[in-house]
Ligand binder design. Sequence first.
Ligand code: SF4
Length: 77
Amino acid sequence: MEVKANEFSNKDITVTYDPCKCVLSGICAKELSDVFSNSIIPWVNLDNTETKRIIEQVKRCPTGALNYFKNKRMQAS
Ligand code: SF4
């Protein structure tokens, strides 16, 4: 997994995190604790579940602090 500040990638997607928008509700960590953690750094580990599930969870972030884009090499599904 490649990690930049507030940017986390697996082979398919890159998840971005905007701390200014995050209200620390913990929804992401509660609903998908294999990927999002509020106690481990890096706090996002995209290698722990399938990409489809990560995208679902990113879309549930109520503030838009989490976003994602598909990496260029990802095949259209
Ligand atoms: S779901 Fe979004 S707003 Fe809530 S803790 Fe996670 S990143 Fe922050």
